[in-house]
Design a protein around this ligand. Sequence first.
Ligand code: PLP
Length: 392
Amino acid sequence: MINEKMYALGANRSCIRELFEYGSQRAAVVGRENVFDYSLGNPSIPAPAGVNEAIHAVLNEMDSLAVHGYTSAPGDLGLRQAVAADLNERYDAGVRPQDLFVGCGAAPELVSVIRALAVENAEFIAVAPFFPEYRPFVESSGGKLVVVPADIPAFQIDMTALENAITANTQAIILNSPNNPAGTVYTAETLQKLARLLDRKSAEVGHTIYIISDEPYRELVYGGITAPWIPGIYDNTVVCYSWSKSLSLPGERIGYVYVPKQCADHDALYAAVAGAARSIGHVCAPSLLQKVIARCVQLRPDLQAYDENRRLLSESLASYGYEMAKPDGAFYLFVKAPDGSSAAFSEKAKQHDLLLVPGDDFGCPEYFRICYCVSRDLIERSLPIFEKLIKE
Ligand code: PLP
C-alpha cells in the first residue's frame, strides 16, 4: 500500500514545474530562444568566482577523507563560527555557533523548524502571496496552514487580518522577506508593528508565537534598501537561510537554521529543530560545501544584471498599463492580470510561448509571477508580447 498523501504530492507536479516542463517541450519544437520562460527561480547570475576558487582550494589543501566525510549533525564548527562572525559583523546580532544548525537549503530547514513546533492542533500562518511549498511542509508535519491576505497593493502585512487569524493554536507565522513571489521587502515599521502584535497575542494565548523567517533572498535587494534583521526586532524569530540565491548555489543544497539565544525556550527549541531534522534524515549537509562556504561567507552577489532586468521589465510593463507590487527584492515581479484572472491570462500568454506563473498557488489568483532571472535579450524580445496582451 502507498501513502496517499505522499502519492498526491509526488504525482501532482507544482504548477511552476509544469510550466517549466512545458517550456522545455516547446523549446524542442520552436527553439529555446523563442520560448519566453519566466517560470522557474533558477539564478541567472553565476556564483561569484570566489566560490569556485574555494572549491579548488578545499580540494587541494584538505585531506580527502575530511572533505568528503560526515560532519557533525549540526554542521562543521568552522562553518558555524564563520557564519556567526559574519552575522555579528553585519547585524551586531550576538550569534553563537551553537545557535546555528547547518542544513541542506531553506526548504528542509523550514520543514525541520515547522516540525519542531508542530504540537497537536498547531496552526502556522502564512501571508498570501506565499511560497506554495509551505502547504506541504506544514500539512505533512501534522499542522494546519492558515492563510491571511497581504495588505494589497502595498503587499506589507495586514495586521488586522493577521490578528483575526491568530488563535490559541497558533504556533508561528511564516514570513518571507524579500518575498517570493511579490518581490516585497517588509519595512522595519511593518516588522515593529508585527512584533508588538505577536508580543500581545503571545501573552493573551499563554504561549510564545514564533516568527519563522524564510530568508533565501536576504541579500537580493535593490535601490539602496536593506532587508531588516528580523531577530533584532522580534526575539522569538527562527531564521531559515540558504546560499541558494545569494551565491547562486541552489543545486548545492546548503544553508542554516538560526535559533537566537534570546528566543523563548532556546535550548529545547534548538534540540527540537535538530530532532526534527533527524526525523526526516536531514543531518550533515554536504561536507565539501560546508568547507567551501566557511571561506565564502563574506561574498556578496553582484546584483547588477538582476537590477537591470527588474527595471527594464517593471518600467516597460508599467508604461503599457500593468500594475504590480513594488519590486524591491528577490527576482520576481508580481503583476496584476488585466482581466482579474491570472490563470486565464497565463493561458493566453502561453499561446505566444510566454510562460507566466498564475498566482493561484501563491494564494493570490489576481496576480501572476514573472521570474526575471533570465537574459536581458529574452526580456527585450518578450516585451512586445506583453504590450499586445494588455491591448487585447
Ligand atoms: N523559500 C522560498 C521563498 C523560496 O523561494 C525557495 C526557493 O525558491 C525556498 C524557500 C527553498 O530554498 P532552497 O533552495 O534553499 O531550499
